[in-house]
Design a protein around this ligand. Structure first.
Ligand SMILES: *[C@@H]1O[C@H](CO)[C@@H](O)[C@H](O)[C@H]1NC(C)=O
Ligand SMILES: *[C@@H]1O[C@H](CO)[C@@H](O)[C@H](O)[C@H]1NC(C)=O
Ligand SMILES: *[C@@H]1O[C@H](CO)[C@@H](O)[C@H](O)[C@H]1NC(C)=O
Length: 817
C-alpha cells in the first residue's frame, strides 16, 4: 500500500471516476488510497441540490453500518471529499467488487440519498510467497516430464494487480509451467526437463519469481530447494479432487468439518502422508488440518457475516516429498444470530407543537446483518403516541406525526420503536427516541374569574389595595408570562388611570384617589392580561368597583334656615287646636341608608309642653289647644340627627308667633333680637311680608270657610311648607326606601316670579307613606281662584285633597312686593 507510488498514480486514476445517478442515488468510482481531502465528486450538482441551502439543511454523510465515515461533504462547494484512508484490501480483501455505502442526509424536509463509492484497486501490494523457501526431495529415478506443484504466490490486490505469472531462474534440469485455477489464480509447476543424477549433483537451488500485472509491476521471489534422493516413490492420491462441506456459523471450536484422505502406494516411510494447507491465508486461522489424520476442525470463530464460504488448497505429501493437491470448499450457513439494529438517522428535536399532522420528524434505518429471512425486518412503534412509521427506501422509515401536538398536554414523548426479524426464533430490538415538543404561543391568558368586584368604603386612602385579578397562561416561559394592565378608558370623564392602577406583575389593583360615594357610587374598568409572546395574546376582564357610604355628611337643614341666620317666624293661630300642624323642619343628608335616616328632636323650647315634633317627619304640631295664657312668642331649638355610626347632627331654631292679627307682626322684630345689620333687615322685611302673606291667605281661607257656614275651622297645615329654592342643596343622592327626603321626588317648582326671594318651591308632606312622585299633588294658583269661586262642601276651599290621604296642602301664591 505504498503511498508514494500511489500519489503518482492518483491523477491518472481519477480518470476512472465514473458517475451513475439512479433515482436519487448516486455512485462514484475512485481508486483506493486517495489522500484525505481529495474530491470524489460534486454531490450537490449530481443530485441537483441547492448549494446555498446545504448548510441550512444540515447536509451530512452517514454510513450504512455506522462504521467509519470515509467521506464527508463540503457544505460550501457541495464536494464529496475523502475523509478517511480508503484501503481496498482492508475493506474488501479479495472481493472483486468493493463498494462503500454512504448516505447523504438532508433535513427540512428530510431527504436521504444513497451514495455508492466503488473502490478501485491500485497495485499497492507485491506478490508474496508463504514460505521463505520451497523444499523438494526428488528421486533420481524421476522421469523427464514429472511435475511438481509449486506454492502459489499471493498478492493482496485483485484482478490485473494480482499475480499474473511466474518465472524460473535458468537451469539445466527444470522448466516452469504456469497454470490457471478456476478462480483465475495462477500457480506454477516445476517440470523435470532433464533427469537428475544424484552422483552428479545432490542439491539444486532455483529462484522462482512471481509478478503481478500492475503498472508498475511488482514481484516477489522464493528459493526452491531441491534435494536429489536415491530411490523412487509413488505420489499420494486424494480421494477427491474437491472436498465440499457445509458448516453452520458459530460452530464451536474443534467441530469436525470434514476429514480428507489421500493414499500412497508405497510401503513404509514412503507411504506416510502428511496433510497441510497449501499456503498461508486467513483460512488457516479459522480451520485446522490434522497433519496425520486429515481431519479439518473449527479453530476460530465462524461468522457467516464475515465470510460465507472458504476455499482452500490442501496438500498431501509422502515421506519423500511427493505431493498432490485437492481443493476444500466449506460453505457456511447463516444462523439468525444478529438482532436488527435501529439507527436514528435524523431527528428534528424539539418539534414545534403547531406542526401539522403528517410532518416528518425523523428518519430511522434498521439493519440486520443476517441473510435471507433472518434479515427481513418488521418495524413497529408503540401505540398511544401520535406518531407512526412510514416505510421509505428499503429499511428506511420516516417517523411521522399522526395528530396535533399540544405541548401543554404532553411536552415529551418517549417513542419506542421495535424491530423484529423473521428468523426462527426471531430476534428483536427496540430503541426509545425522546422527542420534546417546543412551545408556541397558542394560549391566551385566562382569568380565573368571569368578572371581579371590589368593594371599598369612601374616603379610602389613595394607594389602598382594592382587589387582585389573576390570569393563567399554560404556555412556556415568556409565552406564559402574564402582564396586567388597565384598558384605556374613561370614568366620569376622567382617565381610568386617575382612579385605579394595576400592578403589572401581580394583578393587584390599587386605588389612585380617594373615592367619594356622594360623587361616584360604582364604576367599571377593564383589566387586560397579556402574555409576553410574540405576537402576544391577551384577554380582558371587567372589574366593578363599588364604593360604600360612610357617614361623612351632617344633616343639612333646609327649613328653617340654619341657626343664627334664621329670622323666619311661623304664625300660629290662637284658635289652633291640639294636634294642629304648625310648621315643619326639613332637612336632608347627602349620605344614604342609615347614614341619611334622619330623626328630629326638640332640644329646647320656651314652653316644653306646647309643641311636639314628629321624630321622622319633622312636623311640629301643637300638643294641646292654645290658651290665652300661652306666651305669644315661642322659641324652639330642633336638633336633626342621622342614624350613622357615629351619628352627625345639626340644629336650628324655630320662632313661632301665636297670633291671629297681622298687626302684631312688627313685634317680630323683637324675636329676631340679634339681627342688627341692614342686610338682615331686608331679609327681615322679606320674612315679614311672607309671613303676612301667609297670614292674609289664612284669614281669607277662614273667612271663606265661615262664609260657607262651616263649623269651627280646624286648620291643619298638614304637610306643606314653602321653601325658598335657594336652600336646596345642589344635588342629592337618590336612595330608596330609607325615609329620607328625596330631592327628585319631593321638590317641585311651582312658581317663579321675577324676585329671587319670592322664588318658592313647595314641598309636599313627608311622612312614612311618601307619595310616589307622579301622585304628588299639584295645583297652580288658578286652581285657588276656582276654589274660592266654588265654596261648596268639599273639597275645602284653598286645599287640595288627595284621593288617598287625609292630607292638606296649603298653596301660597307669591305676592310681589
Ligand atoms: C422518557 O425517558 C426518560 C429517560 O429515558 C425518562 O427520564 C422520562 O421520565 C421518560 N418520560 C416519559 C414521559 O415517559
Ligand atoms: C414562544 O412562542 C413562539 C411562537 O409563538 C416560539 O417561537 C418561541 O420559541 C416560544 N418561546 C418559548 C420560550 O418557548
Ligand atoms: C375584551 O374581550 C372581548 C371578549 O372576551 C373581546 O371581544 C374584546 O375585543 C376585548 N377587548 C380588548 C380591548 O381586548
Amino acid at each position: 500500500m505504498g503511498y508514494s507510488r500511489f500519489a503518482l498514480l492518483c491523477g491518472l486514476a481519477c480518470i476512472f471516476l465514473a458517475l451513475h445517478s439512479v433515482s436519487g442515488d448516486v455512485s462514484y468510482s475512485i481508486p483506493e488510497e486517495m489522500k484525505r481531502g481529495s474530491v470524489i465528486g460534486n454531490i450537490a450538482k449530481d443530485l441537483g441540490l441547492d448549494l446555498g441551502r446545504l448548510s441550512a439543511r444540515k447536509a451530512r454523510i452517514d454510513t450504512e453500518d455506522n462504521n467509519v465515515q470515509y467521506s464527508g461533504v463540503n457544505l460550501n462547494t457541495g464536494d464529496l471529499i475523502v475523509q478517511e484512508r480508503i484501503d481496498r484490501e482492508g475493506l474488501c480483501a479479495k472481493k472483486a467488487s468493493c463498494v462503500l455505502k454512504q448516505e447523504l442526509v438532508l433535513e427540512n424536509p428530510l431527504e436521504l440519498h444513497r451514495i455508492s463509492i466503488r473502490v478501485q484497486d491500485i497495485n499497492d501490494n507485491s506478490p508474496q510467497f508463504k514460505e521463505e523457501s520451497l523444499k523438494f526431495e526428488i528421486r533420481e529415478s524421476a522421469v523427464k516430464g514429472a511435475r511438481f506443484l509449486l506454492d502459489e504466490a499471493h498478492d493482496g490486490d485483485i484482478g490485473e494487480n494480482a499475480v499474473q505469472g511466474y518465472s524460473l531462474e535458468q537451469n539445466d534440469h527444470f522448466k516452469l509451467n504456469v497454470n490457471t485455477k478456476s478462480g483465475g489464480r495462477k500457480y506454477g509447476e516445476l517440470i523435470l526437463d532433464k533427469e537428475l543424477d544424484r552422483e552428479e549433483k545432490r542439491e539444486i537451488m532455483l529462484l522462482l519469481t512471481a509478478v503481478d500485472g500492475g503498472s508498475p509491476q511488482r514481484s516477489g521471489t522464493v528459493v526452491i530447494h531441491v534435494t536429489v534422493l536415491d530411490a523412487n516413490d509413488n505420489v499420494p492420491v486424494f480421494s477427491q479432487t474437491v472436498y465440499k462441506a457445509s458448516l453452520p456459523e458459530n460452530a464451536p471450536l474443534d467441530t469436525v468439518v470434514i476429514t480428507v484422505s489421500a493414499t500412497d502406494a508405497d510401503e513404509g516411510l514412503n507411504s506416510e502422508i502428511t496433510y497441510g494447507f497449501d499456503h498461508v491465508s486467513d483460512e488457516n486461522q479459522v480451520f485446522s488440518l490434522n497433519v496425520k489424520t486429515g481431519e479439518v476442525k473449527v479453530a476460530g470463530s465462524i461468522d457467516y457475516e464475515k465470510e460465507s464460504a472458504y476455499e482452500m488448497q490442501i496438500s498431501a505429501k509422502d515421506g519423500l516429498g511427493l505431493a498432490s493437491y485437492a481443493t476444500l470448499i466449506i460453505e457456511i450457513t447463516d444462523m439468525n444470530d444478529n438482532a436488527p439494529v435501529i439507527y436514528l438517522k435524523s431527528l428534528s428535536n424539539p418539534i414545534p407543537e403547531n406542526v401539522p399532522p403528517g410532518t416528518e420528524v425523523g428518519i430511522i434505518n434498521v439493519q440486520d446483518r443476517d441473510s435471507e429471512s433472518n434479515r427481513q425486518v418488521r418495524c413497529s412503534i408503540q401505540q398511544g403516541a401520535p406518531f407512526k412509521l412510514v416505510p421509505s427506501i428499503k429499511n428506511y422509515y420516516s417517523l411521522v406525526t399522526t395528530g396535533h401536538l399540544d405541548r401543554e398536554l404532553v411536552s415529551i414523548y418517549n417513542i419506542t420503536i421495535t424491530a423484529a426479524d423473521e428468523g426462527s426464533p426471531p430476534l428483536s430490538s427496540s430503541k426509545t427516541v425522546e422527542l420534546s415538543v417546543a412551545d408556541i404561543n397558542d394560549n391566551p391568558p385566562v382569568f380565573e374569574e368571569q368578572s371581579y368586584s371590589a368593594y371599598v368604603a369612601e374616603n379610602n386612602k389613595p394607594g389602598s389595595t382594592l382587589c387582585s385579578v389573576t390570569a393563567r397562561d399554560p404556555d412556556w416561559r415568556q409565552n406564559g408570562t402574564v402582564i396586567y394592565s388597565l384598558l384605556v378608558g374613561e370614568v366620569n370623564g376622567a382617565p381610568v388611570s386617575s382612579y385605579l392602577s394595576v400592578n403589572g406583575d401581580t394583578g393587584v389593583i390599587h386605588a389612585v384617589r380617594s373615592f367619594d360615594y356622594e360623587q361616584l357610587r360604582s364604576f367599571k374598568v377593564h383589566v387586560i392580561a397579556r402574555d409576553n409572546g410574540s405576537p402576544p395574546l391577551s384577554s380582558n376582564v371587567t372589574v366593578s368597583v363599588f364604593i360604600s357610604d360612610v357617614n361623612d355628611n351632617s344633616p343639612q337643614i333646609l327649613y328653617p334656615a340654619p341657626e343664627g341666620n334664621s329670622f323666619m317666624t311661623e304664625l300660629v293661630p290662637k284658635a289652633a287646636h291640639g294636634g294642629s300642624l304648625v310648621s315643619k323642619v326639613i332637612a336632608v343628608d347627602a349620605d344614604s341608608g342609615q347614614n341619611a335616616w334622619l330623626s328630629y328632636h326638640i332640644v329646647k323650647s320656651t314652653d316644653p309642653g306646647l309643641f311636639t315634633i314628629g321624630v321622622h317627619s319633622g312636623e311640629i304640631r301643637t300638643q294641646r289647644d292654645i290658651s290665652e295664657s300661652d306666651s305669644m312668642k315661642q322659641n324652639l331649638i330642633v336638633a336633626v340627627k342621622d342614624n350613622g355610626q357615629p351619628s352627625l347632627s345639626a340644629t336650628c331654631s324655630m320662632y313661632l308667633l301665636i297670633s291671629d292679627n297681622l298687626a302684631e307682626v312688627p313685634e317680630l322684630k323683637d324675636i329676631s333680637y340679634d339681627e342688627k345689620n341692614s342686610k338682615l333687615t331686608s331679609y327681615l322685611i322679606i320674612a315679614l311680608v311672607s309671613v303676612s302673606t301667609f297670614f292674609l291667605t289664612f284669614i281669607i281661607i277662614i273667612l271663606g270657610v265661615r262664609f260657607c257656614r262651616r263649623r269651627k275651622p280646624r286648620l291643619l297645615f298638614d304637610g306643606a311648607v314653602a321653601i325658598p329654592s335657594a336652600y336646596l342643596p345642589p344635588n342629592y343622592a337618590d336612595v330608596d326606601g330609607t325615609g329620607t327626603l328625596r330631592s327628585t321626588y319631593n321638590y317641585d317648582a311651582y312658581l317663579t316670579t321675577g324676585s329671587r326671594t319670592s322664588d318658592f318651591k313647595f314641598v309636599t308632606s313627608y311622612n312614612d307613606n311618601t307619595l310616589p312622585a307622579d301622585q304628588t299633588l299639584r295645583k297652580s294658583p288658578t286652581d285657588f281662584a276656582a276654589a274660592f269661586g266654588d265654596c261648596d262642601d268639599s273639597p275645602k276651599v284653598g286645599t287640595v285633597v288627595t284621593s288617598r290621604l287625609p292630607f292638606y296642602t296649603l298653596m301660597i301664591p307669591p305676592i310681589p312686593l
